[in-house]
Ligand binder design. Structure first.
Ligand code: GLA
Length: 380
C-alpha cells in the first residue's frame, strides 16, 4: 500500500491539531531507569497531528511517510505486525483503561519531520502527541503526568522497549531555551537555561539503526537491576543504582560479573556528570561542559557498551577542533545521532568536512540537523 499524499493532510479539516516534538539529551544517558538525573529538552523537529471525531466507532489513523493506515476499533486493540501501529494501539489501550467507555471513533492523520531510529525519540513524540490529541478531542481530562506514564507503558508493553521516563517527560515538558534537569526518582524537574554562548547543538545522524537497539537496551536494564540486587544484599538502603557511591560499587568489583560492574560504574559516573554539567551551564563554561560530553561518550563506549563504530568515528573526528567543545552519542545507542556543541561560525565548515569523511569511511551519507530547543507537546 502507498503512503498517503501531502494534499490529503492539507485538506483534512481537523477539530484538534497537535504538534509533538522530538527530544535531545545533553547528558545523563541510560540514567533514567537507574533513578538518576538527566538533562533533556524538546527540539524543533516535530510530528504534526490532525484529528476529528467520526460518527461510528472506527479509529482510523493515516500517516504521510508510513505505509498501511491503522484501522481499528476500541474493542479490537490487538498488537499489529506493522510496528508504528503498536505505539498508537498501546496508547489507546492504556487510555481506555484510565477512561473506560469514553473512546469513540475518530480519524487522525499525521506527518513527521522526525527521523525514525535516530535517537531523537520519534516514538515518544508519536505516543505523546497522539495521546494528547485523543485527550483533547474526546475531552478526557487526562493530566500530563497521566499521559507521560501511559505512553511509557505503551512503549514497554506494545513496542517492547523497557524504556525509562526521560523521553516521554521531555516531549511533554520541554521548554524553549531550557534544558530540564529531570530527577528520575521523583519525576520532577528544574529548569536550566540553555546558554551555550555562540555555540549551537548539531546532531549528526549516522543513518545506522542496528537492530540490536531494543534487545540490548532491555539487557542493559536487567544488568543494572542485577548489579543493584547484588549490592542491596549488603546495602539494602540503596533503592536505585544511581544512588550507590563509586566506593561502594568498587567493593563489589570481584563479586559482580565484570559487565555488571562496568554498567554500575558508568551509571554512577554519568549521574555525577549530569550534575556537573548543570553547574558548567550555569557558569557559562562551555569548554568544561564539552569535556563532560567526551567523558560520557567514553563511558557509553567502554563501560556501558552501547556505541558502535560509526558513532565512535564521528566523535573522534571532532577531537582537537577548538570550535567543537564536545561530542557524544545520544539516546539508546547502536546507531542514531551524535550530539555536538559547535561554535556557530564553524557549523558549515564542520558539516562539510565530517560528511565527506564519513562518506569516505563508511559509504553512508550523514544527515546533519542543527537543532533548537522547543516547547513540549502543544495543542495548536
Ligand atoms: C531511550 C529510552 C530512554 C533512555 C535513553 C537512554 O531513549 O527511551 O528512556 O533510557 O534511551 O538514555
Amino acid at each position: 500500500m502507498q503512503a498517503i499524499k501531502l494534499g490529503k493532510f492539507l485538506n483534512f479539516t481537523a477539530e484538534i491539531e497537535v504538534e509533538s516534538p522530538g527530544r535531545i539529551n545533553l547528558i545523563g544517558e541510560h540514567i533514567d531507569y537507574n533513578g538518576g538525573f538527566v538533562l533533556p529538552t524538546a527540539i524543533d523537529k516535530v510530528i504534526h497531528f490532525k484529528l476529528k471525531k467520526r460518527k461510528d466507532n472506527l479509529i482510523h489513523v493515516e500517516s504521510i511517510g508510513f505505509e498501511n493506515p491503522l484501522k481499528t476499533e476500541i474493542n479490537n486493540l490487538n498488537k499489529s505486525a506493522i510496528s508504528w501501529h503498536n505505539y498508537l494501539i498501546g496508547v489507546l489501550h492504556y487510555i481506555n483503561l484510565l477512561c473506560p467507555n469514553k473512546i469513540q471513533g475518530f480519524d487522525c492523520i499525521f506527518k513527521s519531520n522526525l527521523p525514525v531510529g535516530s535517537g531523537i525519540s520519534s516514538s515518544a513524540a508519536l505516543e505523546c502527541g497522539f495521546a494528547k490529541g485523543v485527550n483533547e478531542l474526546l475531552k478526557l481530562n487526562l493530566s500530563n503526568q497521566d499521559i507521560i506514564s501511559l505512553c511509557q507503558r505503551a512503549e514497554h508493553d506494545f513496542a517492547g522497549t523497557k524504556c525509562g521516563i526521560m523521553d516521554q517527560y521531555a516531549v511533554i515538558n520541554g521548554l524553549e531555551n531550557h534544558f530540564l534537569l529531570l530527577n528520575c526518582q521523583k519525576i520532577t524537574h528544574k529548569l536550566v537555561p540553555a546558554q551555550l554562548l555562540k555555540h549551537k547543538i548539531v546532531l549528526l545522524n549516522t543513518n545506522i539503526s542496528h537492530n540490536l537497539s531494543t534487545s540490548e537496551y532491555n539487557i542493559r536494564t536487567k544488568e543494572c537491576q542485577s548489579a543493584l540486587n547484588c549490592i542491596q544484599v549488603k546495602y539494602p538502603e540503596y533503592k536505585f543504582l544511581c544512588d550507590v557511591p563509586l566506593e561502594i560499587i568498587n567493593e563489589f568489583k570481584t563479586n559482580l560479573p565484570s559487565n555488571h560492574y562496568k554498567r554500575a560504574v558508568f551509571t554512577s559516573e554519568e549521574n555525577q556528570r549530569t550534575l556537573k554539567a548543570v553547574n558548567f551551564l550555569k557558569d557559562g563554561d562551555v569548554v568544561q561542559l564539552g569535556n563532560l560530553l567526551y567523558s560520557s561518550h567514553k563511558g557509553l563506549r567502554d563501560l556501558y557498551e552501547v556505541s558502535c563504530k560509526e558513532l565512535d568515528f564521528l566523535v573522534e573526528f571532532t577531537r582537537n577542533i577548538s570550535s567543537i567543545k564536545g561530542a557524544r552519542m545520544m539516546g539508546g545507542g547502536f546507531g542514531g545521532c551524535t550530539l555536538n556543541i559547535v561554535k556557530e561560525d564553524y557549523i558549515t565548515h564542520f558539516i562539510n568536512d565530517i560528511s565527506e569523511a564519513y562518506l569516505k569511511k563508511f559509504n553512508i551519507k550523514l544527515t546533519p540537523h542543527i537543532v533548537k530547543t522547543n516547547n513540549g507537546v502543544k495543542v495548536l
